[in-house]
Design a binder for this molecule. Structure first.
Ligand SMILES: [Zn+2]
Length: 333
């Protein structure tokens, strides 16, 4: 087979997509223009020679079992040791970390100066943002407090200031104006760009999927023991070249490989708090009912957890002009 040299035949790797990354004290102005975030659940695994293959590996457990049924208000069990080799051995400060949620969403990142003041005429880029539960919780609180009744957090611009570069810790605050709304010509242009450039599937950025057999090998390797009842191939203790080959094979994230479990879309609403203690398999109840994660998000009257961080600027609610003309532009399906 031959292919012409054309843009249409370029390869695609989700890791090449621009992500929100800030330097210490850098300020950016963004808008969470997707109506929801993709959620993945994964374990941080210290793995491989020289820990070169450290990373977030997809958990095999059931979402509702681990984190609770979304919207039920009841926490999950924090682990699914029956289905997930990582959950079986997970522990704090261990080589196999405790299962956690990771989120991804598309953003408008406005063009600003270093202090976050937008340049005129307004412009921006469509990029993606990966984050954990702390930022998700903050965004959910902002949405519930300041979000537009109809468009939620999409009708809010946010200021993000990097307080810690290595872990990309941000202060996140809502702003009075939403630029894509206050300048309708710019709004139409940037929403058109968002529709064209947004990544519909961010699951590949959230956790690396591996086959369960490989996960068993990784657990045995990471824990430095042979797991009883688990067939660890002879290569896992054999000569370093073979071992390196085995490890190398576990890293690629082939797009065509089925992901287990499937990605779900998570509305930006108050999350379920997982219980962080692993529990023995016998105590884990089965959950057979399929759960739909897509659904109406709670309105502004939803309870706000007492741990809500104080919202700094502005003291008053943001100005939300009439944005009904954007209905069509905001649809993705
Ligand atoms: Zn797990």
């Amino acid at each position: 087979m031959r292919v012409p040299f054309s843009g249409a035949n370029k390869g695609f790797n989700i890791w090449d997509v621009e992500q929100l990354k800030l330097k210490k004290d850098e300020i950016a102005r963004i808008c969470c223009i997707d109506e929801d975030a993709e959620v993945g659940w994964a374990h941080w695994v210290f793995f491989g020679e020289g820990h070169k293959q450290n990373g977030y590996y997809q958990c095999f457990g059931d979402y509702a079992l681990i984190f609770g049924v979304p919207g039920s208000g009841r926490p999950g069990q924090g682990a699914d040791p029956e289905n997930c080799p990582f959950c079986r051995v997970q522990a704090r400060d261990s080589h196999v970390g405790i299962v956690g949620r990771r989120f991804g969403t598309n953003l408008i990142k406005y063009t600003t100066d270093v202090k976050g003041i937008p340049r005129k005429p307004y412009s921006g880029d469509i990029i993606v943002w990966r984050f954990g539960d702390d930022k998700y919780n903050r965004l959910a609180d902002i949405r519930d407090t300041f979000g537009d009744p109809k468009y939620g957090i999409r009708a809010l611009d946010l200021q993000v200031k990097c307080t810690q570069e290595q872990y990309q810790r941000f202060d996140i605050d809502p702003l009075r104006e939403c630029l894509w709304q206050t300048d309708p010509a710019f709004g139409k242009a940037i929403l058109g760009e968002w529709k064209e450039k947004r990544q519909p599937d961010l699951s590949g950025l959230l956790a690396t999927p591996v086959k369960k057999e490989r996960a068993e090998q990784m657990v045995a390797e990471a824990m430095g023991v042979s797991t009883p009842g688990v067939a660890v191939p002879a290569t896992a203790g054999a000569d370093p070249a073979q071992l390196a080959k085995l490890l190398d094979e576990s890293m690629p994230v082939p797009a065509q490989q089925p992901l287990a479990p499937p990605p779900v879309q998570m509305p930006l609403a108050p999350p379920q708090q997982p219980i962080q203690q692993p529990i023995p398999p016998a105590a884990v109840p089965h959950v057979d009912t399929p759960v739909t994660f897509i659904g109406p998000t709670p309105g502004p009257s939803a309870p706000i957890p007492t741990s809500v961080a104080p919202i700094n600027p502005p003291a008053t609610a943001p100005v939300v002009p009439n944005i009904q003309n954007f209905d069509e532009l905001l649809k993705t399906k």
